[in-house]
Ligand binder design. Structure first.
Ligand SMILES: Nc1ncnc2c1ncn2[C@@H]1O[C@H](COP(=O)(O)OP(=O)(O)OP(=O)(O)O)[C@@H](O)[C@H]1O
Ligand SMILES: [Mg+2]
Length: 260
């Protein structure tokens, strides 16, 4: 293991979010340390996706604050949060199904494109060079995720498990410091889950990316996360290492309650 867990990179403090009468999140606080893999678990409707949506500026919580590297951000939209180095994948894939793998991953570079659209359209000098540089980054990501045979394939024609991998590639193309993954293994078979686990660990290890991972498969969570936050009905009921969380009576009760 080459990575070492560092200082707090993201600090979530006392976040509360409601939709009309529905309290999706109640007074949630947790921190995220540089280079760690932090899982968020909990039963359906616990507030996991809502938490990610607060972090990346899709939802504006009614209370609380979120700080990235000590800088508190309030009322930032998702583009501004992305520009601060936070990327995410979606529980329901947000890819362009008719577009190739290459072009989908390229959309992740949009934030980083400096040249204006007119220059790009005319393919004049600097814009063309910039396009080539972006393509090289995208090709490296395609190699890294082992999807070279699908470079030109429309995403909608790929097996579901590989589509999830392309969604990860799109997020990686932003070269994020913090990567938020919302159920990247949902709907996958055992082998596909193993592959995705390996890619997540490799991203964390090779690029030093800090990762927040929402996942229902407890085996995966116990295997690859450093620390785990447990939500239930919008409240935090556990926070600690996988071993600590597994032994927490409130967590056990929440999960037994779901199964019976
Ligand atoms: N845009 C919205 N409008 C109204 N209610 C919402 C909205 N988004 C989430 N909720 C509600 O907030 C609560 C938490 O939902 P959320 O999607 O965050 O849960 P989750 O833990 O991600 O669940 P799952 O495991 O099923 O993905 C639920 O009661 C949900 O119905
Ligand atoms: Mg969800």
């Amino acid at each position: 293991m080459t990575r070492a867990i560092g200082d707090v990179i993201l600090d979530v403090q006392n976040i509360s979010l409601s939709f009309g009468g529905v309290k999706a999140l109640t007074d949630i606080s947790f921190d995220l340390r540089e280079h760690e893999i932090r899982a968020i678990i909990g039963p359906n409707g616990a507030g996991k996706s809502s938490m990610l949506n607060c972090i990346n500026g899709v939802y504006q919580p009614q209370q609380g604050s979120i700080a990235l590297r000590g800088r508190t951000f309030r009322h930032m939209n998702s583009r501004q949060v992305a520009e601060m180095g936070v990327a995410r994948t979606f529980q329901n894939l947000a890819l362009f199904k008719g577009m190739s793998v290459l072009d989908n991953i390229m959309t992740g570079r949009n934030l980083r494109m400096k040249s204006n659209l007119l220059l790009q359209a005319l393919r004049l000098g600097p814009a063309e060079r910039e396009e080539i540089a972006h393509r090289q980054v995208v090709e490296r990501i395609i190699d890294f995720l082992e999807i070279q045979p699908y470079r030109k394939t429309p995403v909608g024609k790929m097996p579901y498990g590989l589509q999830k991998r392309v969604d990860l590639g799109r997020a990686l193309a932003m070269e994020p410091q913090v990567l938020l993954l919302d159920e990247p293994m949902a709907g996958m078979n055992v082998e596909e889950k193993q592959d995705m686990s390996r890619f997540i660990l490799d991203v964390n290890d090779e690029f030093g990316t800090t990762i927040v991972l929402i996942e229902h498969d407890m085996g995966v969570v116990m295997d690859i996360s450093d620390r785990v936050v447990v939500l239930d009905y919008g409240k935090k009921i556990g926070d600690g290492t996988p071993g600590e969380v597994r032994g927490n009576p409130d967590v056990i009760r929440a999960y037994l309650g779901v199964q019976h």
